[in-house]
Write a protein that binds this ligand. Structure first.
Ligand SMILES: [Fe+2]
Length: 394
């Protein structure tokens, strides 16, 4: 399918491999930075991953200007303000995010404030508000799912005004993404599974949403094949470097795909179920993915049929009659969910995720207002959303 017009952009330099973290001081030098602020979270510190980054600076010209180790799971503008103050007090000149989606989004918010010399993030909310490049920004992901290391967006909560602020700008892309197997090895099996399913959902939705394009398709298909070949190994053998690096690449490829196309109904529902009931993002995507695919079958069966190849491999693809390939793709995703449940207890239903049933109507209403719904191939109204939620409940 050729769109009449599309744009594709990814200006992020990628360092990938064992010891990639050790090259951070060189990259800072290339970016003409000398005093980076490291932003991370307590889990990363506890797992000893911050030490890996600190060690990379021994003997380097650049010195660590400060460390913020307390980013919470759901970051907010208050944390962003706190980190921005630390950056200014320590006269830092670059940012290094070491963590998952929350740490990376926090850093994107901090970078807006310190680069624009501003105090209120609300002034920069929305799309394409920023007008000039921000401070040098390096990301070391410690999960393999969100793809935030290669996306141009950030979502940051504003609890005082009870809104989730979203920011989209080509200037929000990090300068460098560092994929080092040492940094994801300590991820427990269930988080490995959930974040891997987030990456798979990014790829499947990027490949089928209305804003897809041939370049994002290539990234999405490559991401799916890596999930097929490596997710189970990453879950069952946490220290398998090949599987960890493959999943880090899958998340990155899927991130590049969806930041240049978009996602769809699965993410719309997952965002709502996260906002209303705090079900983790990857868990929610995993629960909804086959239901979302079934919902879209009437519109994009041909695309799901194509995805059977990266999802299941050439033998299954060849053995499946063309008319059955789309449904087979859905069943492959269902089987993967079941396998992950057996291996590490990844919830298969909203009930298993601990969601109270009386929240479904509220979630359906919230989901309709989510931006992800706009590019879903099939239109979604309140009844559709509620039906999907009920189907995914038990
Ligand atoms: Fe996601």
């Amino acid at each position: 399918m050729m769109p009449p017009y599309y744009e594709f952009f990814c200006p992020v330099k990628i360092l990938c491999g064992r010891q990639a973290v050790d090259n951070i001081p060189y990259e800072l030098d290339q970016l003409q930075a000398r005093r980076p602020l490291i932003v991370t979270d307590p889990g990363v510190v506890q797992a000893g991953l911050l030490d890996v980054v600190i060690q990379a600076f021994s003997g380097a010209e650049a010195v660590i200007g400060g460390i913020f180790p307390d980013t919470p799971q759901d970051s907010s503008n208050l944390i962003v303000g706190q980190v921005a103050r630390l950056y200014r007090e320590n006269r830092c000149d670059a940012l290094i995010a070491v963590g998952g989606g929350s740490v990376i989004d926090t850093c994107k918010g901090v970078n807006i404030l310190v680069s624009e010399n501003a105090d209120d993030l609300m002034d920069f909310m929305g799309a394409y508000i920023l007008k000039r490049p921000l401070k040098p920004f390096i990301v070391v992901p410690t999960t393999a799912g969100t793809g935030s290391e290669v996306t141009s967006a950030a979502v940051i909560a504003n609890p005082e005004r009870n809104v989730k602020m979203s920011f989209v700008s080509p200037f929000l892309f990090p300068d460098v993404a560092v994929l080092d197997p040492r940094m994801t090895m300590t991820m427990p099996p269930r988080i490995t599974a959930a974040t891997g399913m987030d990456a798979l959902t990014h790829a499947v939705e990027a490949y089928t949403c209305l804003q897809k394009n041939p370049v994002s398709d290539a990234y999405a298909a490559a991401a799916i094949a890596l999930v097929r070949d490596h997710l189970i190994t990453a879950v069952t053998q946490s220290r398998n470097e090949t599987a960890r690096l493959a999943m880090a690449n899958s998340a990155l490829l899927a991130g590049i795909a969806f930041t240049n196309s978009l996602v769809g109904v699965v993410h719309g529902l997952a965002h709502a179920v996260g906002g209303v009931a705090h079900v983790p993002h990857g868990v929610a995507n995993s629960i909804f993915l086959p239901f979302g695919m079934e919902y879209n079958l009437g519109r994009v069966a041909d695309l799901y049929a194509e995805l059977l190849l990266p999802l299941a491999g050439p033998e299954v693809f060849a053995q499946t009659a063309p008319a059955d390939r789309a449904r087979k793709a859905v069943s492959v995703v269902k089987d993967l969910k079941q396998k992950l449940y057996e291996l590490c207890g990844l919830p298969r239903t909203l009930k298993e995720a601990g969601l109270p049933k009386d929240k479904l109507a509220d979630i359906a209403r919230t989901a309709l207002g989510d931006g992800s719904m706009i590019m879903n191939p099939e239109a979604v109204d309140y009844d559709d959303a509620l039906r999907l939620l009920q189907a995914a409940y038990e």
